[in-house]
Design a protein around this ligand. Structure first.
Ligand code: ADP
Ligand code: 5GP
Length: 214
C-alpha cells in the first residue's frame, strides 16, 4: 500500500456529463479502474434496469414511492427527471467520502451538475464530454443496442439541447479516441487534487516544516 499523503486533503466531486451516448459511462468506468482513492456515486433511479446492469453497482433501482420518500427526507444531494424517469444522488455517502479525503465520481446530467454547483461549488469539478459528431453519437447509441429504436430517437432529439450546456462546465473533452479521453480526464483529476484550497492541512504541514528547520 502507498503511504498516506502527509497533508490532510478534502475530497472532490468529479462530475462527468454528456449527451446520452457520447461515452461518459465508458470513460467513468476506466477512470475508476485506473485511479485510486475515487469511488462512483451510485444513483437511485426509477428507470427499469438494462440488460447487464446490476442493482447496487450501476444504480439502486427503486419504485416511485421509495424515490419520493427519499426526496421528502432530504436524502438527495441533487435529483432530477431525465427521459421520463427520476434519478438522484444520495447525499450521505458523498459527504462522508469528501470529509475523509476521498474523491467521488458522478455520471449525472446537467441538471444535477447545476444543483451541485449551487450547493458546493468549491468541491465540484465539472467535465462535459462531447461526441466528435452527431452522426457518431447516433452510431454509438445504436451500437450500445440496449435501448429500443424509439428510446434512441428520443435520446438523439434531446442530445442537441444537451450539448448547449457545455458552457456550464470547467472542462470539455471531445471523445473521439477513447484512450485519449480517459487520459485527459485522469489529468484533470490529478491536477485538481493538487489545488491548494483542497489541501486543508497545508498550514500545519508548512508550519511543521519551518519548525523542523529551526
Ligand atoms: P453515455 O454514458 O454517455 O450514455 P456510453 O459510455 O454508454 O455513453 O457509450 C455509448 C457507446 O459508445 C458504447 O457502446 C461505448 O462502448 C461506445 N463508445 C464510447 N466511447 C467511444 C469512443 N471514443 N469511440 C467509439 N465508441 C465509443
Ligand atoms: P441512463 O438512463 O442512460 O443511465 O441515464 C440517463 C441520464 O441520466 C444520463 O445523462 C445520466 O448521466 C443521468 N443521471 C444518472 N444518474 C443521475 C442522477 O443521480 N442525477 C442526475 N441529475 N442525473 C443522473
Amino acid at each position: 500500500m502507498k503511504p498516506a499523503r502527509p497533508v490532510a486533503t478534502r475530497g472532490l466531486m468529479l462530475v462527468l456529463s454528456s449527451p446520452s451516448g457520447a461515452g461518459k459511462s465508458t470513460i467513468s468506468r476506466a477512470v475508476l479502474e485506473r485511479e485510486e482513492n475515487i469511488a462512483l456515486s451510485v444513483s437511485l433511479t426509477t428507470r427499469p434496469p438494462r440488460k447487464g446492469e446490476e442493482d447496487g453497482r450501476d444504480y439502486i433501482f427503486v419504485g416511485d414511492a421509495a424515490f419520493q420518500a427519499m426526496v421528502e427526507r432530504d436524502g438527495f444531494l441533487e435529483h432530477a427527471e431525465v427521459f421520463g424517469h427520476r434519478y438522484g444522488t444520495p447525499r450521505a455517502p458523498v459527504e462522508a467520502a469528501l470529509e475523509k479525503g476521498r474523491d467521488m465520481l458522478f455520471d449525472i446530467d446537467w441538471q444535477g451538475a447545476q444543483q451541485i454547483a449551487e450547493k458546493a461549488r468549491t468541491d465540484l469539478v465539472g467535465v462535459f464530454v462531447l461526441p466528435p459528431s452527431i452522426e457518431e453519437l447516433e452510431r454509438r447509441l445504436h451500437a450500445r443496442a440496449q435501448d429500443s429504436s424509439e428510446v434512441v430517437r428520443a435520446r438523439m432529439a434531446k442530445a442537441l439541447d444537451e450539448v448547449s450546456h457545455y458552457a456550464e462546465y470547467d472542462y470539455v473533452v471531445i471523445n473521439s479516441d477513447l484512450e485519449t479521453s480517459i487520459e485527459e480526464v485522469r489529468s484533470i483529476l490529478r491536477a485538481e487534487r493538487r489545488r491548494r484550497t483542497r489541501q486543508t492541512g497545508l498550514t500545519d504541514f508548512v508550519n511543521a516544516l519551518r519548525g523542523e528547520k529551526r
